[in-house]
Design a binder for this molecule. Structure first.
Ligand SMILES: Cc1cc2nc3c(=O)[nH]c(=O)nc-3n(C[C@H](O)[C@H](O)[C@H](O)COP(=O)(O)O)c2cc1C
Length: 436
């Protein structure tokens, strides 16, 4: 085994991450609305000894999306709780918003998952980019980027205080004297900050991992700052090898400056994969997906993932100058504004067509051996600790990854041949927080 272990998340998305996936897979389009679809993916990922299955969360769906893409955004914690019952080792990471949740309530939900799964929970911390969420939660306005990240710092701090509100050994179970738990081992947050007030203890003892694993994916300076302070797993990263090395080194420097050990911050960027028995076969599969994609969906989706409402814009005109004066709601929106300024007069449809769809991920197309080489090259260069694998189609690409890429990495002595422990922290080699 090399000095640093490789780690993989399996990103779960209906029929696969490519926008055309649902049009090429053979299954009934409704299979993605039932537990068996998720259970099958989780069991496959566990068979491959992957670290986690990872569920995103969108808490506002613009209606244009239903025409182009399967919409199956269930509550991640509910799905992961069901998956805890059909798996035994794999980590269960779900997304939760700091802008549209209350910290005590979110702390309780993730700690519940950690208990039910025997210590396999993780929380992907997001601040929510889309302004459409405000109206779903009865808010008059969506907080701007800086405000969301300022709240996020305090939010995560309070969540961890709630997770620490019982000492690990608080349960006594003293039947003769009738003492279930030792009240002296409770530490209520009694937190009164700038944004949040959280008084009392969680309604159950500390969970197996102490804290569920903290993950984050922001790419802006503020997002990276939040990751450096709290994240143990980071899903973002630039698509070029050189930039990815710099990104990870910079993140580690910032984590060290925040008093953390850089080895406790794993970088596992998103990687969409399309695999074939030959390179030509893989290319043909990827081309088929691209041929089926819709230009109309592309520009709308670039706007939506940047945090802008596509219904408010005309694709045949440039983004209005008035829009460029409003603070960008995300790092992706900043890039879109920059591209618009660089080419005055170019229509939005054309500018947007140059942006990758989805989470801005890199698309690997090739054979399993080529993917294994790619993974090792990136790890050896110091760019990553592994990847968040997004099958362009599911479950097919994940099955191929597990059956053909993982064994190659194992043969080379670069991937585990069994799970070392039972908790997600043990899989990832992360320390268990001691508690306050
Ligand atoms: C792999 C990956 C998964 C993400 N999943 C979610 C998600 O489930 N929900 C969400 O609101 N944002 C998600 N995001 C977006 C980021 O959390 C973040 O909000 C976005 O990159 C904008 O923040 P920034 O301006 O700091 O870059 C994801 C990003 C990546 C790269």
């Amino acid at each position: 085994m090399s000095s640093r272990e490789l780690h993989f998340n399996a990103f779960v998305w209906p029929h696969g991450y490519h926008e055309s996936a649902w049009r090429v897979v053979g299954e009934d389009v409704r299979t993605v609305l039932g537990l068996p679809y998720y259970a099958d993916i989780a069991r496959t990922a566990e068979r491959g000894l992957l670290d986690t299955v990872f569920l995103a969360d969108d808490i506002a769906i613009p209606e244009y999306r239903v025409a182009h893409l399967p919409q199956t955004q269930f509550d991640p914690i509910s799905v992961l709780s069901a998956l805890a019952g059909v798996t035994s080792h794999i980590g269960l990471v779900g997304t939760g918003s700091t802008t549209y949740s209350q910290p005590w309530e979110l702390a309780r939900r993730f700690a519940t998952l950690d208990h039910l799964s025997g210590g396999r929970a993780g929380w992907n911390i997001v601040t929510t980019v889309t302004s459409l969420a405000a109206a779903n939660f009865g808010e008059a306005a969506h907080p701007d980027h800086a405000d969301r990240y300022a709240r996020a710092h305090e939010f995560v701090d309070v969540v961890t205080r709630a997770w620490d509100s019982w000492e690990d050994d608080a349960i006594v179970g003293d039947r003769p004297d009738g003492v279930w738990a030792d009240r002296a081992k409770l530490h209520a947050p009694r937190f009164h900050g700038e944004f949040y007030d959280v008084e009392g203890i969680l309604p159950f003892p500390r969970s197996p991992q102490g804290w569920p694993v903290l993950a984050q994916a922001g790419q802006s300076a503020a997002g990276i700052g939040l990751a450096a302070r709290y994240a143990e797993m980071v899903f973002s990263g630039p698509p070029s090898l050189e930039a990815a090395v710099t990104f990870r080194a910079d993140l580690h420097r910032q984590a060290a400056a925040a008093g953390r050990s850089p080895e406790q911050v794993l970088v596992l960027p998103a990687l969409m994969i399309t695999l074939g028995g030959t390179e030509a076969e893989a290319q043909a599969k990827a081309q088929r997906l691209e041929d089926l994609s819709s230009a109309e969906f592309r520009w709308q989706n670039v706007l939506y993932t940047a945090g802008l409402d596509p219904d408010g814009f005309d694709p045949s005109a440039p983004l209005p100058a008035s829009q460029l004066d409003i603070p960008a709601p995300s790092s992706r929106a900043s890039q879109l504004y920059e591209a618009t300024r660089a080419e005055p007069g170019a229509p939005l449809r054309e500018i947007a067509s140059r942006f990758k769809s989805g989470a801005g991920q890199f698309h690997f197309v090739g054979t399993p051996d080529q993917l294994a080489d790619h993974i090792l090259t990136w790890q050896d260069a110091g760019a990553v600790d592994g990847f968040t694998i997004m099958g362009s189609t599911l479950p097919h690409e994940l099955t191929t990854f597990v059956d053909h890429v993982i064994p190659t990495l194992q043969r080379k002595g670069r991937y585990r041949t069994e799970y070392r422990g039972t908790t997600l922290r043990e899989h990832l080699g992360l320390a268990r927080p001691r508690g306050r």
